[in-house]
Design a protein around this ligand. Structure first.
Ligand SMILES: Nc1ncnc2c1ncn2[C@@H]1O[C@H](COP(=O)(O)OP(=O)(O)OP(=O)(O)O)[C@@H](O)[C@H]1O
Ligand SMILES: [Mg+2]
Length: 395
């Protein structure tokens, strides 16, 4: 009796639902947990067929299950761990795990069902599934946008390279044109130069000052044009990377003296170029042609931008570390605002008035100096003069 009471207490307090049915499927016992799960009172279900707690198709098939089991003994529903669906009184369904055991009790066969609610677990599983599929969607979305970005990038890259290519072509075309034009101009210019010289010669017997003066003007103009064309060609070669310095050991003082002599001839009235060298060594290893061009440009500027009756100082210095070349004039100077643009091609300061020039000289000087690993610097003040310094490392 005590045992029966204990058993009853266990059944009444079990967390899982427990239902027993007869071998015909009629409910005989239902514990509070099962009542709560299905939302029935015991009175409402006891004596009814167990199929009321099942949704279709189990509902209609259940009787067959039982009779089949009785005939075949194949445990269709006996056992643990089957996941089935229950039907609540209000028509809603819920998942549970059903364990069924067969009991022989006072000569009669009854079945006991153990009902373990799976709603929470299923909900969690569903949530997990939802979350996973959301994640998948998110990953897909991000992958797509990444793909789009990559495609955009590719397209942008192509566009850039196309426009770069066009720009390159254009600049090549421009360079080719400049160099072609410069070359083509040179031939007629030398014809003009030659003819001017011939006129000069044939006019000698007439001793006509006007002829001499105008022929001089023609020669001068041709000289200027030739200089400009040469600058264009130098620039074009520099742009094309065609200028490569050829380093040679040579006597800098000798070169400087030659240049001084040559430049003195084109200097203004009473404009004296004073050359001086400091140091016991005269030999440097640089490109003499490029260097000569640089010095020509700098002294040319000094002559052009300073007045008559002035001195132009031209100094070279060689010590263990550096070779320095200095050209100093006391001419018009360079306005401070213009100084930062001085080495740009075609730039000319505002105080040049009607002094001719193309603004290419210093650009070429700076680039030649760079090619020889040198450094260009200057100091200038308006109406006081200008000093340009080139320095090259000795080793
Ligand atoms: N010694 C100087 N004194 C004053 N201004 C100078 C001097 N040297 C250069 N400049 C200024 O710098 C500018 C650029 O000089 P750069 O030699 O490049 O061109 P440019 O003399 O005008 O023309 P070119 O190409 O015929 O030499 C000049 O136009 C001038 O304004
Ligand atoms: Mg110049």
């Amino acid at each position: 009796m005590e045992n029966a009471a204990l058993l009853n207490a266990i059944i009444q307090n079990a967390i899982d639902g427990i239902i027993t049915i007869s071998d015909r499927g009629i409910i005989e016992l239902i514990n509070p947990s099962a009542c709560k799960l299905f939302d029935y009172t015991p009175e409402e279900v006891i004596g009814k067929n167990i199929s009321v707690l099942m949704p279709p198709p189990d509902r209609t098939n259940h009787d067959n299950y039982i009779s089949r089991y009785q005939q075949t003994r194949v445990p269709h529903i006996i056992g643990i761990g089957r996941e089935v669906t229950g039907l609540r009184k209000d028509g809603t369904k819920f998942p549970f795990r059903l364990g069924v055991s067969e009991v022989q009790y006072s000569g009669r066969k009854i079945f006991t069902g153990f009902i373990h609610d799976l709603s929470r677990q299923k909900e969690a599983e569903e949530q997990l599934k939802d979350y996973a599929s959301h994640l998948e969607e998110l990953v897909e979305e991000r992958t797509l946008s990444l793909k789009n970005t990559v495609t955009e990038l590719h397209r942008a890259k192509e566009e850039v390279s196309v426009s770069l290519e066009k720009e390159k072509e254009l600049s090549q075309l421009k360079s080719r044109f400049v160099s072609m034009a410069s070359h083509e101009f040179r031939t007629p210019l030398s014809a003009v130069q030659l003819s001017a010289s011939l006129i000069d010669k044939y006019a000698e017997p007439f001793e006509n000052d006007h002829i001499t003066k105008h022929v001089g003007k023609i020669k001068n103009a041709v000289g200027n044009l030739t200089t400009i064309l040469n600058d264009f060609l130098s620039l074009e070669k520099l742009e094309a990377g065609k200028v490569e310095p050829t380093f040679i050991r040579f006597d800098l003082v000798k070169l400087a003296e030659d240049i001084t002599e040559e430049m003195q001839m084109v200097a203004k009235q009473n404009q004296n170029i004073i050359y001086q060298h400091t140091g016991i060594n005269n030999i440097v290893t640089l490109d003499p042609n490029l260097l000569k061009n640089c010095i020509f440009n700098l002294i040319g500027n000094a002559i052009k931008y300073s007045g008559e009756n002035t001195f132009i100082e031209f100094n070279t210095e060689i010590n263990d570390q550096y070779c320095t070349i200095i050209i100093k004039d006391d001419g018009i100077g360079i306005p401070e605002n213009d100084q930062k643009h001085l080495f740009e091609a075609f730039f000319r300061a505002h105080n040049t008035g009607n002094i001719p020039g193309t603004g290419l000289g210093l650009n070429i000087v700076a680039r030649y100096t760079n090619l020889m690993y040198g450094h260009i610097d200057f100091k200038s003040s308006v109406n006081h003069g200008t000093i340009f310094t080139l320095s090259f490392p000795m080793s």
